[in-house]
Design a protein around this ligand. Structure first.
Ligand code: 13P
Ligand code: SF4
Length: 303
């Protein structure tokens, strides 16, 4: 631990705070987090926080908002309020309403990567770890699913229900960077490696991978596998966590440039200031939070 990390740990104790961090955070933040995980694991953890007075969320806006939706009485802080997920902003609530009017028979499944106002329009939420299970749990045959078109197509291949992507072409700019050439080139260089990709990658990349997994799924897969070498097709700091926790394995990124700049807005200095000054508080208007919470809790019942 460096001096700044030690100061943060001391402050954390003084303020009775917990630090939650997504797997895409840098190593210095991963090291000071009380809990590190994928979107679903972070949702579950956020829903179980009882004793802490403050929660510092090192992730993008929709993740901190979800924690605020689940804990309306707790102070949820985000070290840099500019840390937004561009994909979440591709599906405004108005657009969800328009689609609902166009397809009145359909049920609405929204990826947790959405704005709170849009979540309030959903029947249920999902993450990349449980999207198929969530869709299968519904009694409708037609599903409005957004905003990630690649996750939508991943689900479509695994269900008989009709999946209608909303918007038609929502995407994550980080996972869009991967192409078939990255997989074939890397396989030539590392023929023994297993290729794991995230379902936000394009369909043709998913098709030639060995496994398609959420970031939490990647953690479990690598830890439980007899294989030694892995190529990871998601944000580069996933490799940081996999290497830290699996020192006996050889883990390479599929693409060094796959960096989520939005996640990287957080750093130790900002985490320290967030704790010291109790900023920046994430709040969701109560009328939106109440509706969004129903959709989040419904997902947590299905898992
Ligand atoms: P996970 O839920 O798999 O961690 O993914 C979150 C995310 O933002 C992927 O880009
Ligand atoms: Fe959003 Fe993509 Fe960053 Fe995930 S990696 S937070 S989906 S921009």
């Amino acid at each position: 631990m460096n001096k700044e990390q030690e100061e943060i740990l001391k402050l954390k104790e003084e303020k009775n705070a917990v630090i939650l961090a997504h797997n895409y955070q840098t190593a210095p933040i991963q090291e000071i987090a009380d809990f590190l995980g994928d979107s679903l694991e972070l949702c579950i953890t956020a829903s179980q926080i009882e004793d802490a007075d403050l929660v510092v969320f090192c992730g993008v806006d929709f993740m901190a908002e979800t924690a605020a939706i689940l804990n309306p009485k707790k102070k949820i802080l985000i070290p840099d309020p500019q840390a937004e997920c561009p994909m979440a902003h591709m599906l405004p609530a108005e657009e969800v309403k328009n689609y609902k009017n166009k397809y009145p028979q359909a049920q609405v499944v929204l990826y947790v990567n959405t704005l709170a106002e849009s979540k309030a329009e959903a029947d249920i939420l999902c993450t990349s770890a449980n999207a198929v299970q969530v869709v299968e749990s519904l009694d409708a045959d037609q599903i409005l699913f957004g905003p990630d078109m690649n996750l939508a197509s991943y689900v479509q291949k695994r269900t008989d229900k009709e999946i209608i992507p909303i918007p038609e072409e929502g995407y994550c700019y980080v996972h869009k960077m991967f192409n078939i050439g990255d997989v074939t080139f890397s396989r030539e260089n590392y023929p023994d490696a297993e290729v794991l990709v995230h379902p936000e990658c394009d369909a043709e990349v998913q098709e030639i991978a060995d496994h398609i997994l959420s970031t939490g799924g990647m953690m479990r897969h690598v830890a439980g596998s007899d294989r030694k070498n892995f190529l990871i097709g998601t944000e580069v700091d996933m490799v940081t966590r996999l290497r830290r926790e699996n020192p006996d394995k050889i883990i390479y990124p599929l693409l060094d440039e796959a960096i989520c700049e939005n996640m990287k807005l957080h750093n130790l200095q900002k985490v320290k200031e967030s704790l010291q000054e109790e900023k920046f508080q994430v709040t969701v208007p109560p009328e939106i939070a109440v509706k969004a919470r129903i959709a989040v809790e419904r997902m947590l019942e299905v898992i």
